[in-house]
Design a protein around this ligand. Structure first.
Ligand code: PLP
Length: 345
């Protein structure tokens, strides 16, 4: 506040970009106004265009699919894995095997004739997807990977930070996320060209000059204000403490739910979750509804997982595979209160 640099330019933006990149072991960070704009920018950076297809999962928060349509591209919904709740490598393999074709090193859907311009796997509630297999498959088909790690800051897969596996990773700092700037987002990447392009597009595509206003393409005002970046610099320093506190809550929940025979979802093999949102799996949709009603009647906030994207009116026409696991999880997964406990209790 005292520096007067409260708006879109200032030292904390630059510092946060460096800090978040280094926290996630990426070369570059670009701070943005929210996670949705970070997804939109990342899709633009890899060249997603009108009429293209972009692979993602139907079991996700609506922002993932919305960002794809901001580029006038179409989401293609592939099933998730039952254990990770993230995009399923086998389902992705099956889809590509049946639909994909390489033409001059670009991937096309041979049934629709459209380019498959990107793949956006999402790490549900901070639980890591099998991101190594997903990246490997996409690289075989020359499909850029944008990792939607909006919920997964602090989670790791085989010891490596989520967000750092894809060509670009996307983070969110919305009020409900593990650290928050009120609203905020970031792109992380090892590709210098991508980082520069993301910065350029998100800052009105203004060409640097000491006084002239010259913009060389249509850009966006997607900048994170400096005042918000300052909040994030402070919270990033406390990540270890936040992660430990949440893991202790997860362990308490696990012990409790084990005793009463309810499945508390735990991190998949080879991975560490940030336990952003903790959840249980009920035996049926009916049990789920009973639980939700009972909890909410007691003023305990419990919510179901998202309704599948292909059931929403604006995505109902999009391609989807059988969605077996997504449908199973949609009917059974419920979040339970997951906040940081100030005194560890
Ligand atoms: C929160 C979230 C976003 C969007 O982030 P905002 O900062 O709210 O725009 C995108 N994808 C997923 C999976 C999210 O949970």
């Amino acid at each position: 506040m005292e520096s007067t640099f409260v708006s879109s330019i200032g030292a904390y933006v630059t510092r946060f970009e460096q800090d978040v990149a280094s926290y996630c072991t990426a070369q570059k960070g670009v701070a943005l106004v929210n996670g949705t704009s970070a997804l939109h920018t990342a899709l633009n950076v890899v060249g997603v265009q009108a009429g293209d297809e972009v692979i993602t999962q139907s079991l996700t928060f609506v922002a993932t699919a919305n960002a794809i349509t901001y580029c006038k591209a179409e989401p293609v919904f592939i099933d998730v894995d039952i254990n990770t709740m993230g995009l399923c490598p086998i389902a992705l393999h099956d889809f590509l095997d049946e639909h994909a074709e390489l033409r001059e090193n670009e991937c096309f859907n041979k049934k629709t004739g459209k380019k498959i311009a990107a793949c956006v796997p999402m790490h549900t509630y901070g639980f890591p997807a099998e991101i190594d297999k997903l990246c490997e498959l996409c690289s075989q088909w020359n499909i850029p990977v944008i990792e939607d790690a909006a919920e997964a800051l602090g989670s790791t897969f085989k010891g490596k930070a989520l967000g750092s596996f894809g060509d670009l990773g996307v983070l969110s700092f919305n009020g409900n996320k593990i650290i928050t700037s009120g609203g905020g987002g970031a792109i992380i990447t090892d590709n210098m060209e991508y980082a520069l392009k993301a910065k350029h597009l998100s800052t009105t595509a203004k060409v640097a000059h000491s006084y002239e206003f010259y913009h060389d393409e249509i850009g966006y005002n997607y900048r994170m204000p400096n005042i918000n970046a300052a909040l994030l610099c402070a919270q990033l320093e406390q990540m270890d403490e936040f992660l430990l506190n949440k893991r202790e809550l997860a362990e308490d929940y696990r012990a409790f739910f084990d005793k009463i025979g309810v499945k508390f979802r735990w991190e998949p093999n080879n991975s560490r979750s940030n336990f952003w949102l903790m959840c249980i799996e009920l035996d049926s949709k009916n049990d789920r509804d009973l639980f939700l009603n009972a909890a909410n009647n007691e003023q305990i906030m419990a919510r179901p997982i998202w309704q599948l994207m292909h059931k929403l009116p604006m995505f109902a026409h999009c391609f989807r595979d059988n969605q077996k696991n997504s449908t199973y999880l949609e009917d059974r997964i419920v979040n339970i209160p997951s906040s940081y406990r100030p005194n560890g209790k």
